[in-house]
Design a protein around this ligand. Structure first.
Ligand code: WT7
Length: 572
């Protein structure tokens, strides 16, 4: 098998085997101020620690969107987040309270995030495309008391129906309503009044830091809780996998509503004191390349769907831009096709480094480490200090080449600590004692490289975002015409998978193109655009087990013209 040797990355880094042999997470802790006190704060380590050194005038955040183009030093970020910490304290927010962020990317979002952490509250970032149901589910489950949002997104927040929500801070211009029990504040006004000095809340390393809601194949989204201790992993993986160095300009295209946009869009780069570029919005190939050229981006982290779109856009557009600043590229979120890696070698003369992790792991656990040969199509090898294995249903380790369940030995520093209000669901991640089960199927080859096969459940990865079929189905059946719905991921050359919904109608409703379109829009407007099915097919009936469970796998097999497997439990 052809392998690709390291190119421009990893210059000051140990060789992979050497790194594994000498590695201890305890040593990594020594990079932080707290390894003797045991009292920590992520925001201090990410921002203030640098503001206390020569890095205080170094740019921490470059921000740009259609309207704004700004930069903030580590010192600016330290003062602004201090102010926001005071804003929160002034309205009565305390350590452990859940403070949610529901807004588009902007400097205010990053300032708020750091302010929340500085007072020891737990941050809950929400993707800006969420519609009312998605917002409600998350605020309700977390019992959030504060929400930071914008006037235009407020219409998707059913604040009068959320008994725990006490305060809403509005960022930007627009009307604040005066009805109901919730108190409204204006971000700009409160920031003007607040002091830039703040007593940081020193927390225990096991105290809650961030709550990311993510989807499974059944049930409502789960609140995955990460603690301040995650910084150990986020720091070291950003250093070795993202290969971050002092002079880098780093760009992660993910939104902080998803875990990539926090672990590696905020924490990883800032823990390493690196300049972080944030761009608002979604992108076209010209925007992507134009951004790299304009900001001289050197390390770029994106998703397979982006690289596939760039590949589809052709090589000519690449030639219109100066991409010579790029030194290291990375991809995560879905399988990165070998073909894309080869294309990357041709057009960028760089390897695109695939790596694997998930919301629950909090940080990278398997990666194409910059100093090791890459096998295109493989996710790489476990990060030093991490043990990964392919297990069968009984928990036996399988031999190289055999497909099974991708599991990680429990205990890596950024592992989820619980599922909010649902200890039982948390325990289900550990069906075999001591091992975290990812829900992915994979195999490991003779050389220890891991290869992704697919999900073990029905979870859908579409354009790098994780969607639970149950949430989409639940929304569909709320439509007056729908009796039953089943949702699958259908392979798509650019998006990885698209969402396809199969629907059976109630008596009195007729199949039509208009109704299919209406159902698409129904999900889009109530749940989220990325969760709306691209295809809706109305059928006379949906295949079910005798116990009444809709068989998504049978629909999928029919859709893809594949064998349906065992149908003995299907209702005839
Ligand atoms: C699921 C987790 C990585 C953080 C963003 C996604 C899939 C992730 C890869 C990869 C193939 C991948 C898995 C995983 N996935 N990385 N390199 N190759 N599949 O986090 O939303 O929690 O989704 O993304 O199926 O279980 P997430």
């Amino acid at each position: 098998m052809q392998t690709l040797a390291p190119i421009k990355t990893g210059a000051n880094m140990p060789d992979y085997n050497e790194a594994c042999a000498n590695f201890s997470w305890k040593d990594v802790e020594k990079a932080f101020s707290w390894h003797e006190t045991e009292k920590v704060n992520m925001a201090y380590e990410a921002i203030d620690r640098h503001a206390e050194t020569w890095r205080k005038n170094k740019v921490a955040l470059y921000y740009s969107d259609q309207k704004r183009d700004e930069k903030y030093t580590f010192q600016d970020m330290a003062f602004l987040s201090n102010k926001f910490g005071n804003v929160l304290r002034n309205i009565g927010t305390e350590k452990g309270d859940r403070v949610f962020l529901f807004m588009p990317r902007s400097p205010e979002l990053y300032v708020s995030m750091m302010g929340i952490l500085k007072i020891g509250a737990i941050a809950g970032p929400l993707f800006e495309a969420f519609m009312e149901q998605a917002v409600r589910d998350r605020l309700e489950n977390s019992e959030a008391s504060v929400l930071i949002t914008t006037p235009s997104l407020l219409e998707r927040v059913p604040y009068n129906e959320l008994p725990h929500l006490e305060n809403i801070i509005l960022v930007g211009d627009g009307e604040a309503p005066e009805d109901g029990d919730v108190k409204f504040y204006r971000f700009e006004e409160e920031m003007d009044k607040a002091s830039r000095d703040l007593d940081i809340e020193w927390v225990d390393r096991e105290d809650g830091m961030i709550l990311h809601y993510t989807s499974g194949s059944t049930g409502k989204p789960k609140g995955v809780l990460h603690v301040h201790n995650a910084m150990i992993q986020q720091y070291q993986t950003a250093k070795w996998v993202l290969d971050l160095k002092e002079d880098d300009i780093y760009w992660c295209t993910a939104d902080p509503g998803w875990v990539t946009g926090t672990s590696y869009g905020i924490f990883g780069p800032w823990l390493n004191g690196v300049s972080n570029l944030i761009r608002g919005g979604r992108f076209s190939p010209e925007d992507w390349y134009g951004t790299i050229e304009k900001y001289r981006v050197s390390v770029w982290l994106s998703a397979p769907t982006a690289f596939r779109r760039l590949m589809a856009a052709g090589d000519d557009v690449v030639k219109q831009f100066d991409l010579s600043s790029l030194r290291h590229t990375l991809s995560v979120g879905e399988p990165l096709n070998a073909e894309v890696v080869h294309w990357g070698m041709n057009v960028y003369q760089l390897r695109i480094h695939d790596h694997w992790w998930m919301t629950e792991t909090g940080g990278i656990v398997i990666a194409n480490y910059p100093t090791m040969p890459i096998k295109p199509g493989s996710m790489g090898k476990p990060f030093p200090g991490v043990q990964a294995a392919i297990l069968d249903e009984e928990g036996n380790e399988l031999s190289p080449g055999q497909m099974g369940r991708l599991c990680i030995k429990a205990g890596w520093p950024s592992m989820l600590r619980t599922v909010w209000n649902n200890e039982e669901r948390f325990n289900k991640y550990f069906p075999v004692k001591g091992w975290f089960e990812s829900g992915d199927l994979a195999s490991m080859d003779e050389d220890g490289y891991f290869w992704f096969e697919g999900r073990d459940d029905d979870v859908i990865q579409t354009s790098g975002e994780r969607v639970g079929p149950f949430e989409v189905e639940s929304k569909l059946v709320e439509h007056p015409s729908v009796a039953e719905a089943a949702v699958i991921g259908k392979p798509d050359p650019v998006r990885g998978h698209i969402i396809k919904a199969f629907v059976a109608l109630k008596d009195g409703y007729e199949k039509s193109d208009e109704l299919e379109e209406e159902l698409r829009k129904f999900v889009k407007q109530r749940l989220a655009a990325h969760a709306a099915p691209r295809e809706v097919e109305i059928r006379d009936f949906l295949p079910k087990t005798r116990s009444g469970k809709i068989m998504r796998r049978v629909l999928k097999a029919w859709e893809l013209d594949q064998p349906t497997g065992d149908l003995s439990t299907m209702e005839k």
